[in-house]
Write a protein that binds this ligand. Structure first.
Ligand code: NDP
Length: 308
């Protein structure tokens, strides 16, 4: 029987683990499909307070993990396959083991959708990014591309014009999912050049280990061209990792967990932290903050349970 089980080992889960471990709760952390979360897929992080020279994402996450271990957190590799919240203790099953817990912190994150082009994966963190707020600063006076036709793509394209000399907006259709106001704003921005309907065939140049261009094809005309960009921002949406909680925890239309009064879900004793419940900010520091809140709330609830 565990006091607290934390599902997910990204920034939110590890911060929750540090706080829960320091409260002597001996948390168990289940790593999940992407151990370390999105930070482990990035390179330099320059906006996490406390690192004036920046820190590599994987190093930051490794530090957090060591910090959690130092105070007594335990880890299990693998993903949760089933949960039962019908009564306490909650039951959490993995492929080969199952656990019981008095409280649970869901920090399973959201995964950025990718185009599925091989070069995109290989250059992720080396010019291909899924976060304009994190990486825009690296592209001062450079040409870059943003892929997507939703609000995120418009928001990121507009934000990136602060740094880039030109932003190529690449979308697969002529119609946009983005709200009219965001689309109008992007159209009105002289630095943004729209390319539709286009597919991204390849990000160049894997051999050089850096982005030097993107090859696109116009699906109406069949014309192919290479845009001389130094960064490619993939902004085609995120998928919250909540499949296993469907029908058990309240979610919004996009599958993000609904929280109230901090990280409380609709089940007392089940808390949520980080991107799994945050479609809006999606930052390492906000994920860490919400992980801290969830751990403190779990601790308070356990204290209340003990008092009867
Ligand atoms: P969306 O799902 O709204 O849009 C995703 C976009 O990416 C679509 O244009 C889609 O194209 C395209 N896309 C998806 N998969 C692929 C693919 N494999 N290849 C190429 N293109 C692809 O996601 P967002 O992240 O933009 O927005 C999510 C939610 O967050 C929305 O509800 C949005 O309104 C909200 N949001 C609001 C903001 C604000 O109000 N300021 C800011 C950011 C987000 P297609 O249209 O052809 O399917």
């Amino acid at each position: 029987m565990h006091n607290v089980i934390i599902i997910g080992s990204g920034c939110a889960g590890l911060t929750a683990a540090i706080y829960a471990a320091r409260a002597n709760l001996k948390p168990l952390v289940i790593d999940g499909h992407e151990p370390g979360g999105q930070l482990s897929l990035t390179t330099m992080v320059e906006n996490f307070p406390g690192f004036p020279e920046g820190i590599l994402g994987p190093e930051l996450i490794e530090n957090m993990r060591k910090q959690a271990v130092r105070f007594g957190a335990e880890f299990r590799a693998g993903a949760v396959t089933e949960v039962d919240f019908s009564h306490r203790p909650f039951k959490i099953a993995m492929a080969k083991e199952s656990f019981e817990a008095l409280t649970l912190i869901v920090a399973s994150g959201a995964s950025a959708r990718m185009l599925g082009v091989e070069s995109e994966r290989k250059l992720l963190g080396y010019g291909v990014s899924t976060c304009a707020t994190c990486d825009g600063f690296f592209y001062r006076t450079k040409e870059i591309a943003v892929v997507g036709g939703g609000d995120t793509a418009m928001e990121e394209a507009i934000f990136l014009t602060r740094f880039a000399s030109k932003v190529h907006l690449l979308h697969r259709r002529n119609e946009f999912r983005a709200s009219k106001i965001m689309l109008d704003r992007a159209h009105a921005n002289e630095k943004i050049v729209f390319h539709t309907p286009v597919t991204v065939d390849e990000v160049l140049d894997v051999a050089k280990g850096a982005v030097e261009g993107v090859r696109i094809t116009n699906t109406d005309t069949g014309k192919t061209e290479v845009l001389p960009v130094h960064g490619v921002f993939i902004a085609i949406g995120h998928d919250p990792n909540t499949k296993v909680f469907r029908g058990k925890l309240d979610m919004d239309a996009n599958g993000y967990l609904k929280t109230h009064d901090g990280g409380r879900t609709n089940i007392e004793g089940v808390f949520a932290a980080g991107d799994v419940q945050d479609i809006h900010y999606r930052q390492a520091i906000t994920a860490a903050g919400s992980g801290c809140m969830a751990a403190i709330d779990a601790e308070k609830l356990l204290e209340k349970m003990q008092q009867g």
